[in-house]
Design a protein around this ligand. Structure first.
Ligand SMILES: NC(=O)c1ccc[n+]([C@@H]2O[C@H](COP(=O)([O-])OP(=O)(O)OC[C@H]3O[C@@H](n4cnc5c(N)ncnc54)[C@H](O)[C@@H]3O)[C@@H](O)[C@H]2O)c1
Ligand SMILES: [Zn+2]
Ligand SMILES: [Zn+2]
Length: 389
């Protein structure tokens, strides 16, 4: 089959690789009908994710048709149309039983390695580093789905691939970001990053009843899409983000701040982001947490900082003094996608949101390597790429 494979920083290729096979009785094989490139894939593309190997099949936003099921899989049948969550969960362990699917303690075969870095291991992820299981990803013609009687969600024929594909990741992620904010009717929610995840966080904040959303980015078409959703926007390269949020909230700060940027913010936005860049380049630091620092500063006393932008290691100069003295709550996670799926599918079916609003580019797998660059460089008004193998 054809698949997108990783060969080092900035080097993604469309190659022929062996077809996946059922390896465990609970597995399923799906024929991919649609898959997308995520901002998290850009961290891999930019070479900041450790423990990738040459030839790894990448991608974790995938849906398709079941073409083979293992003998113990009683949930799926050949021909079922499913969306596959990016987090792999067993459904039976301590964490899965509590709904913390992305904390599953059974699906990362390399958990000792992850525990060395992080203390404990989270769940395995598709197409995302051997630290998290090294599972072949879904930017491919076919994908093997382990624990396929737990994760995959059957989707109704009435909804198109483009309407349901993002249930695999960015819709639940944006929704979780807003859900973490415990939104009250008068609340102002500030969202850093108007990429695909930020866009879903903005719309989810309104769905959950926010009075106002302030969206921060610098890319014009992304800011426009945020305004289309009803957000007030701030261009961080032209305006002082803290001052604008102070003005908009009568000096109190935002009720909750969502970091939907993570470890790769624009370098030239501020002095601290330049310094972070230098530290990472000289192996003096692992991450570039400018947005997290700013989000803490802009959050009101006893407000919530909700982090869905991904960080990998040890973050320097986080203003914990600000956070503890002012009673901030921190929430963060790799999304336990399975936990959110039923209610988000229901919202799509009811027409409360059509997730396809974020798609700007439709392509083949062969065009994938080029589109990684287009998406990374925000060229050609690119916001979200969907590939149809
Ligand atoms: N927690 C999870 O489960 C999960 C799931 C999916 C994605 N993510 C993460 O979410 C983040 C966003 O993903 P995406 O697909 O939207 O990626 P993206 O790269 O398309 O979007 C990031 C956006 O942040 C903007 N930005 C850069 N610097 C900024 C700054 N200083 N202030 C405000 N905005 C700034 C960029 O212009 C861009 O529009 C990534 O870190 C990704 O890894 C997390
Ligand atoms: Zn993702
Ligand atoms: Zn589990």
């Amino acid at each position: 089959m054809k698949a997108l494979t990783w060969h080092g920083k900035g080097d993604v290729r469309c190659e022929s690789v062996p077809d996946p096979r059922v390896e465990h009785p609970r597995d399923a094989i799906i024929k991919v009908t649609a898959c997308a490139i995520c901002g998290s894939d850009l961290h891999i593309f930019d070479g900041v994710i450790p423990d990738m190997k040459h030839g790894d099949i990448i991608g974790h936003e995938t849906m398709g048709e079941v073409v083979e099921v293992g003998p113990e899989n009683k949930k799926l049948k050949v021909g079922d149309r499913v969306v596959v969550p990016f987090t792999i969960a067993c459904g039976e362990c301590f964490f899965c039983k509590k709904g913390f699917f992305s904390g599953c303690e059974r699906t990362n075969p390399d958990h000792a390695k992850a525990a060395t870095l992080w203390g404990h291991s989270p769940a395995g992820l598709f197409g995302y580093s051997h630290l998290l299981g090294g599972y072949p990803g879904g930017q491919a013609e076919y994908m093997r789905v382990p624990y396929a009687d737990v994760g995959p969600l059957k989707v109704p024929q009435a909804l198109s691939d483009e309407q349901v594909l993002f249930l695999s990741d960015i819709f639940p992620t944006g929704y979780m970001a807003a859900d973490f904010c415990n939104i009250q009717p008068d609340d102002t929610i500030a969202v850093w990053g108007c990429g695909p995840v930020g866009q879903f966080a903005i719309r989810s904040a309104f769905l959950l009843g926010a009075a106002r959303v302030i969206a921060v980015d610098t890319v014009p078409e992304r800011l426009q899409l945020a305004r289309d959703a009803g957000a007030v926007t701030i261009d961080f390269m032209k305006e002082d983000v803290y001052d604008r949020i102070q003005d908009l909230t009568h000096g109190r700060g935002a009720d909750a701040c969502i970091d939907a940027v993570g470890t790769e913010p624009k370098t030239t936005a501020s002095a601290d982001s330049v310094l972070d860049r230098i530290k990472v380049a000289t192996f003096m630091g692992t991450d570039r947490p400018h947005v997290l620092r700013q989000a803490i500063h802009c959050c009101r006393n006893f407000g919530t900082v909700s982090i869905v932008g991904v960080y990998g290691g040890f973050l320097d100069n986080i203003p914990m003094g600000s956070a503890i003295n002012r009673g901030l709550t921190f929430r963060m996670a790799q999304t336990p996608v399975q936990h959110y799926l039923p209610k988000l599918l229901e919202r799509i079916e009811k027409g409360e949101i059509d997730p396809s609003f974020v798609i700007t580019h439709r392509a083949t797998l062969e065009q994938g390597p080029e589109l990684y660059k287009t998406f990374r460089d925000k060229k050609d008004n690119c916001i979200k790429v969907v590939m149809k193998p």
